[in-house]
Design a protein around this ligand. Structure first.
Ligand code: 6LW
Length: 500
């Protein structure tokens, strides 16, 4: 089985089981809609069924919210017949909030704010008498009324993880057998990341640390999956234990670049002396001992023939219908520019996460009344794009303060097919990079004319910083542009054509 189980920028997974169904959520930062929600029957195959925060009254992200700001680390739980989601919006004036739903595909409620809960990475747990415990990074805890959001006491310090370790965060609290377990991440979300655990007689402690802490880390190893941490525990269909966690796949020479963001991995867990023992987090996951239930196979093409955009499409900070719609021109996605394009926090952009190390992406754009294109985005300061205006296409690159036109050429008026290829081998002249991005136009006979070949390292987290990963999509930088279709083709869909 392939691990990550949810590839691409899907960090900080939180999972819950309800009968035979599993649901999982991830952080979404500056993107709207926020908090992708996935469903699975086997813990291995996950299908996105929605986004929890898909209304502006649930998720306020303004141009003042930096990239990698916004939505951090949700916790998903099921209690008392409904789903509970608690999360931090780190944008100014927002903070911790809680949402509920009877169907995790949505709709989710309006936010219930938690003014008495300070700190990121909130967790929710209920004990036998119905008391609701909210635990945050640090690690501290308050009892809350989850219906009103009121804190019922002052925050108490619980446990700060391994003495001297950086950033005790991502707490999750569970009752297993006679103990309450407090699982945390520590060491920071980079190469030092790890998972530690403590246990105690009650949800409020006192907590005794596991002598084998950290129970998971890949720090100081040459394992292909690095930064392993920020985990949640769940039981498989057969009662065995599993961990979902984030990890990254650095490639290339030193220091190693990861370009798909932090991804969701699965690892087996056993118990010894009342402590969890985490099995290997490897790119190949042993098949679990229950029937696999693959989800629907994606075609790779979106024809924009639905009124609503499919759930994997995300935009930068907001997506007002007057800027982005499939209603204006039937079968096309219409984007109306705002701001200066991709350098601007207000950019009108609709993209999907890059989920494969190798892929091909194409889109057919009609730029007759504006300018726009196909972009690979990390943030405002790190993006490559191929942009069309009437009569011309150009490949542009922005890396930090540097902006350059890589190539251009005249094209006949009318719609044009823009293409991007991501190949997992570095360019010849930069042998240590993680991958190569090739941008160009497709000729009427289907041939691909390359206008720019760029080293992928500059669109990596090690260069750009932050908490996200590559998102590939369409944007408008002036006037109004229309997109007929968008193809995202991973190797499995490309078959033989991939070689070309
Ligand atoms: C998140 C913290 C972390 O809130 O990174 O990996 C932060 N862990 O727990 C942003 O994802």
């Amino acid at each position: 089985m392939a691990n990550p189980v949810i590839p691409g920028f899907h960090p900080d997974p939180s999972v819950c089981r309800v009968g035979d169904d599993y649901y999982l959520v991830c952080s979404s930062f500056e993107y709207f809609p926020g908090i992708p929600v996935f469903h699975s029957r086997d813990l291995v195959h996950w299908t996105q069924i929605g986004n929890a925060l898909d209304r502006p009254d649930q998720l306020r992200l303004t141009a003042g919210t930096a990239s990698s700001g916004g939505i951090y680390a949700p916790t998903l739980r099921h209690h008392d017949g409904r789903f509970w989601l608690v999360v931090t919006n780190v944008a100014e004036g927002e903070g911790n909030m809680l949402f509920t739903a009877t169907d995790p595909a949505g709709p989710w409620s309006d936010p219930v704010r938690l003014p008495g809960v300070e700190g990121i990475d909130p967790d929710l747990a209920w004990d036998e008498d119905g008391t609701c415990w909210c635990t945050v990074a640090g690690v501290s805890q308050v009892r809350i009324d989850p219906y009103t959001g009121e804190a019922l006491e002052a925050p108490r310090r619980l446990w700060s993880g391994t003495p001297g370790a950086l950033a005790p965060e991502a707490p999750h609290l569970y009752r297993v057998g006679e103990y309450w377990y407090l699982l945390i991440a520590e060491g920071g979300t980079e190469r030092g990341h790890g998972v530690s655990i403590a246990r105690g007689p009650a949800p409020s402690g006192p907590f005794e640390p596991c002598p084998a802490n950290p129970v998971l880390t890949h720090r100081s190893t040459d394992r292909p999956v690095q930064n392993t941490g920020h985990a949640d525990l769940v039981q498989g269909p057969d009662g065995s234990w599993w961990m979902v966690l984030l990890g990254v796949r650095p490639r290339g020479g030193t220091p190693g670049w990861h370009v798909l963001g932090r991804e969701t991995f699965l690892a087996p867990v056993t118990w010894a002396d009342g402590w969890p023992v985490v099995g290997e987090v490897s790119p190949a996951l042993p098949a679990p001992p229950w029937p696999l239930v693959p989800g629907p196979v994606e075609s790779g093409r979106d024809d924009f023939d639905l009124a609503e955009l499919r759930p994997y499409w995300i935009s930068v900070r907001d997506r007002p219908v007057e800027r982005c719609t499939t209603a204006e021109r039937t079968g096309w996605l219409t984007l109306r520019a705002r701001g200066d394009g991709l350098d601007d926090p207000d950019v009108v952009f609709v993209g999907r996460r890059q989920q494969h190390l190798t892929c091909r992406v194409r889109t057919r754009i009609d730029p007759a009344r504006g300018r726009g294109g196909l972009a690979v985005r990390l943030d405002e300061e790190h993006h490559y794009e191929i942009e069309a205006s009437e009569g011309e296409v150009r490949v542009l690159a922005r890396v930090g303060p540097l902006r350059t036109v890589v190539g251009s050429r005249a094209v006949p008026p009318g719609p044009v097919v823009l293409g991007l290829r991501v190949s997992d081998t570095p360019p010849r002249d930069a042998r240590t990079g993680p991958d190569t991005l090739t941008l160009g136009v497709e000729e009427p006979d289907g041939a691909f004319t390359v206008l720019g070949t760029l080293d992928g390292r500059y669109l990596s987290t090690e260069v750009a910083g932050g908490f996200t990963g590559r998102v590939i999509g369409m944007y408008a930088s002036a006037g109004t542009v229309h997109f007929d279709w968008f193809d995202y083709e991973p190797p499995a869909l490309l078959g033989d054509r991939h070689a070309s």
